[in-house]
Design a protein around this ligand. Structure first.
Ligand SMILES: CC(C)(COP(=O)(O)OP(=O)(O)OC[C@H]1O[C@@H](n2cnc3c(N)ncnc32)[C@H](O)[C@@H]1OP(=O)(O)O)[C@@H](O)C(=O)NCCC(=O)NCCS
Length: 386
């Protein structure tokens, strides 16, 4: 297997952009990425598009060539990957596999979603299709209600408190306020976070990620060729994807996600590191409880200790292991099909020391965890300075 590097990265701002369509967002991210990697469209040998629900959100299918040709990329394999909110994390994994296996050298991955073209009720319904339509959806579940059950169970089993959930929101809003590309650049207090408008008890407005439009892109190449393109390659040290049941009622436990544990174990082994070595991370905080459980499933803390860990400040920018310095899905935004690649872009920014006001001092080994649905897909990627 060959060593692989990210040679280019680029993304749009995340937000609600009524005047932008899906393709223009994907093209903006793609063009920024090509320029960042000093790669011409004709040099791209394979193209992946991560997108969850373009057909439902904007009525467009066959999205991979729809976007690749608009970027001037012609004739090469153009493949769309759908894995709920882990769509572009999975696209990244498949692109990495192609380069690592020696099938292609220069592979581009774009993640995109345009969600705000639909009203919130319809957005919730489309997102719910990433759950089990024959059971959960029939019972009227939304992802907020599924993660509310997960939060309630975590509180019951481990004594996790509402303050712990709210501490995730306060931290991620503080980080988002420093990110010029974030959808929500608003600092909030613990009191505000605790008293947000109820969504699905115990989750309120501030426990939920945002409904967003946006796109992100990266280009991968063999490490040995990276210097042809950039003097700032970032190495992909480990990456793994794992899966689990879609429906919550099929899972043995709803307070841990085996797909995260499996993907993390493989990625750590591939990178030759342990959880303790990870200096910073972008985690999938689709709801605040999801970030807490991720810190446990990734082995940053023991099971049940994620709440007190964030509440004690260990995951702030100045803490022992900063988490979601981008603002996370909570404040940066969550255009679901773009999120996995956007996490990679944020790791690249930190590792290259280009994160501006959000730059953290220890930034040579970062991890991204991208979750699909309520844990049915997970991709864990570990990136480091080349
Ligand atoms: C929580 C949620 C229902 C709120 O949507 P909404 O009720 O339509 O809210 P609106 O868009 O009308 O916004 C109302 C206000 O709340 C703010 N707001 C909306 N969502 C917010 C969020 N998640 N966090 C903080 N503030 C939020 C808006 O900025 C707006 O503020 P303003 O009045 O100061 O302008 C929606 O954000 C949501 O569904 N989030 C979860 C998305 C999701 O499930 N993703 C997939 C995860 S698996």
């Amino acid at each position: 297997m060959r060593s692989v590097a990210v040679i280019g990265a680029g993304k749009t701002a995340f937000g609600a952009f009524p005047d932008r369509d899906l393709r223009s967002l994907a093209v903006e991210a793609g063009e920024k990425c090509l320029a960042n990697g000093h790669v011409a469209p004709a040099q791209i040998e394979s193209f992946y598009l991560g997108n969850f629900a373009g057909p439902a959100f904007v009525g467009q299918n066959h999205l991979a060539p729809y976007v690749s040709t608009a970027l001037g990329i012609h004739g090469v394999p153009a493949t769309r990957i759908e894995a709920a909110c882990a769509s572009s994390g999975s696209a990244f994994f498949h692109a990495w596999a192609e380069v690592a296996a020696g099938i292609y050298d220069v592979v581009m991955v774009v993640g995109v979603e345009k969600m705000t073209s639909q009203p919130t009720a319809r957005v919730s319904q489309i997102l719910a299709e990433a759950g089990d339509c024959s059971g959960e959806m029939k019972a009227g579940s939304t992802f907020a209600s599924l993660f509310a059950m997960i939060a309630r169970r975590h509180m019951h089993d481990f004594g996790t408190k509402k303050e712990h959930l709210s501490a995730v929101a306060v931290k991620n809003h503080a980080n988002g306020a420093l990110n010029p590309d974030a959808q929500m650049r608003k600092v909030i207090t613990l009191e505000q976070a605790m008293n947000g408008r109820p969504v699905a008890d115990p989750l309120n407005l501030y426990d939920c990620s945002l409904v967003s439009d946006g796109a992100a892109a990266v280009i991968l190449a063999p490490l040995e060729r990276a210097a042809e393109f950039t003097d700032k390659p970032v190495r992909v040290l480990g990456v793994a994807q794992a899966s689990d049941y879609v429906a919550l009622d099929q899972k043995e436990s709803i307070t841990t996600f085996p797909a995260v544990r499996r993907a993390a174990e493989k990625a750590y082994r591939m990178a030759g590191v342990t959880a303790a070595d990870i200096e910073f991370a972008e985690l999938h905080d689709c709801f605040t409880i999801a970030e807490i459980i991720a810190t446990e499933d990734l082995g940053f803390v023991e099971r049940g200790c994620g709440g007190p860990y964030v509440f004690a400040g260990h995951t702030t920018r100045t803490g022992e292991r900063p988490i979601n310095t981008s603002g996370g899905l909570k404040a940066k935004g969550h255009p679901v099909g773009a999120t996995g690649v956007a996490q990679i872009c944020d790791l690249v920014l930190q590792i290259r020391c280009q994160a501006g006001e959000r730059q953290i001092p220890r930034h040579s080994l970062g991890l991204a965890q991208n979750l699909g649905g309520s844990g049915a897909t997970c991709v864990v990627s570990i990136l480091g300075a080349a």
